[in-house]
Design a protein around this ligand. Structure first.
Ligand SMILES: [Fe+2]
Ligand SMILES: [Fe+2]
Length: 179
């Protein structure tokens, strides 16, 4: 497997861990007996906003655009995934703002928040699953070594602030809870 694809797969595994943590918090909320740790949820969503939306998705967009330029195979799905990158960015900002509000004293409209969190987790997970199940295998099959060399040249590199070599202070508690 190419380095680019290895990195993207690894990101997906990591996002899966973050989504699993949020799913636990969702269950706590639904249970109604305990209050979930909203500060931890904020860190998780903040991480997705800063790393997935600003770095992981743009990297995928580079690979997807390259594929679209050279092939018509799965064009509709790839177009959809690229649109979803924009949609995910939107729902991530909205969720971060909602959690931030709760932490700053906004009244928690519980049913509405549960719905918002559930939809967020589902859309994120569906997106990852579609990429893993149908598009990543296609990319690995269709693109050759030359293609990957050209793609790698224009790929940005950034340390993953949560799961990378250097853990950013801001995410230290989140890291401890997840690992
Ligand atoms: Fe994606
Ligand atoms: Fe992805």
């Amino acid at each position: 497997m190419t380095n680019v694809m290895k990195d993207l797969h690894r990101d997906h595994r990591n996002f899966g861990k973050v989504l699993a943590m949020l799913t636990e918090k969702l269950a706590i909320l639904k249970g109604g007996e305990k209050t979930p740790n909203f500060a931890l949820m904020l860190d998780a969503v903040d991480y997705l906003e800063k790393y997935a939306d600003l770095y992981h998705h743009p990297k995928e967009d580079i690979v997807y655009s390259f594929h679209l330029k050279h092939s018509n195979v799965a064009r509709d799905t790839i177009d959809m995934l690229m649109r979803e990158h924009q949609d995910l960015k939107g729902i991530t900002v909205q969720l971060r703002q909602a959690i931030d509000g709760i932490l700053h004293g906004d009244i928690l409209l519980k049913d509405r928040f549960i719905e918002q969190l559930a939809v967020f987790i589902k859309q994120q997970q569906n997106h990852l699953d579609t990429e893993e199940a149908s598009i990543f295998p296609l990319l690995e099959k269709d693109l050759n070594a030359d293609d990957w060399a050209r793609i790698e040249k224009i790929m940005p590199t950034r340390n993953d602030p949560l799961f990378g070599d250097r853990l950013e202070k801001q995410y230290a508690t989140l890291y401890e809870r997840i690992i």
